[in-house]
Design a protein around this ligand. Structure first.
Ligand code: ATP
Ligand code: MG
Length: 230
C-alpha cells in the first residue's frame, strides 16, 4: 500500500529478563494505515500495545521487521533521521503524558512548533486554538502540576497535534477522562485527523470509542488481527 502513512511489516520484539530467557511480545505484527484512517488497537493489559506504539513512533527499535512512515523506510535510520521524523511526521500521546513540568500548558504545545521552525506568533495561535478545542482556554498558563490528570492528557493531545503530523499514535488518550470529556476529546481527535488527512492508531480499552473508529485491530499472540464488527 503506497499511500499508507504508517506501515509496520512483520515486527518482532522481545525483552530479555535474566536467566529464564525472554518474553516474545510482538511476533510478526503487521499493519498499514492510510491517510485519514483512524484505527483502534485493542488488547488486554500486557499484550504489547505500548510496545507496538513505541516502535511505530521510533521511540524504540524492533528486533526484526520494517517500519515505514510516509513511505520512507526508517527501520535502520540514524538517530538524526529518526528524531526529525518524530518531530515532523509523528504525533505521540504517551500513556503517561510526559509533559515538560517547568513549562505552562501553552508552552508545552508551542515548543515543538518552534523546534520545527515555526514563528512564535503562529505557534502561539495554533497552541491557543488546539487548547481551546479541548476546553483548556482558561488553563493555558498552568504548569502540568497545576492541572488535573485529565487536563494534562488534553494538553498532551494538543501537543501531539501541534506539528500537524502524518500519523498520530495515541496510547490510551482518554484513559484518565470522564466519559463526557473523553467523548469531546475523541470527537476533536476524529475531526482533526479527518480534516488534515493524517492517519491515527489509537490504543484504547474503551469499546464504545473503538467501535467509532474505521477499523479495530486486536493484538493476539503478538500479531494484529482485524476485529472490526461488521
Ligand atoms: N522494558 C521492558 N523490559 C521487560 N519487559 C517489558 C518491558 N516493557 C514491557 N515489557 C513487558 O512486555 C509486555 C507488553 O508490555 P506493554 O507495555 O507493551 O503492554 P500494554 O499492552 O501496553 O499493556 P497496558 O494495557 O497495561 O498498558 C508486558 O508483559 C511487559 O511486562
Ligand atoms: Mg500500555
Amino acid at each position: 500500500m503506497s499511500d499508507a502513512v504508517l506501515e509496520l511489516d512483520a515486527i518482532e520484539k522481545g525483552y530479555k529478563l535474566g536467566k529464564p530467557g525472554e518474553i516474545r511480545v510482538l511476533r510478526g505484527a503487521s499493519i498499514a494505515i492510510a491517510r485519514g484512517e483512524v484505527v483502534a488497537l485493542v488488547a488486554p493489559s500486557g499484550a504489547g500495545k505500548s510496545t507496538l506504539l513505541h516502535i511505530a513512533g521510533l521511540l524504540d527499535s524492533a528486533d526484526a521487521g520494517t517500519v515505514r512512515i510516509g513511505g520512507q523506510d526508517l527501520t535502520r535510520a540514524k538517530d538524526r533521521a529518526r528524531t526529525s521524523a518524530r518531530r515532523q511526521a509523528i504525533g505521540f500521546i504517551y500513556q503517561f503524558h510526559h509533559l515538560l513540568p517547568e513549562f505552562s500548558a501553552a508552552e508545552n504545545v508551542i515548543l515543538p512548533q518552534l523546534a520545527d521552525g515555526l514563528p512564535r506568533a503562529e505557534a502561539e495561535a495554533r497552541a491557543a486554538d488546539l487548547l481551546g478545542r479541548v476546553g483548556l482556554e482558561n488553563r493555558a498558563g498552568h504548569r502540568p502540576s497545576e492541572l488535573s490528570g485529565g487536563e494534562q492528557q488534553r494538553v498532551a493531545f494538543s501537543r501531539a497535534m501541534a506539528n500537524k503530523p502524518l500519523i498520530l499514535l495515541a496510547d490510551e488518550p482518554t484513559g484518565n477522562l470522564d466519559p463526557a470529556t473523553a467523548t469531546v476529546v475523541f470527537d476533536t481527535l476524529l475531526s482533526l485527523v479527518r480534516d488534515t488527512g493524517m492517519g491515527a492508531l489509537i490504543a484504547t480499552h474503551n469499546p464504545d470509542l473503538a467501535a467509532r473508529m474505521d477499523r479495530v485491530l486486536r493484538m493476539e499472540a503478538g500479531q494484529l488481527v482485524d476485529r472490526t464488527a461488521t
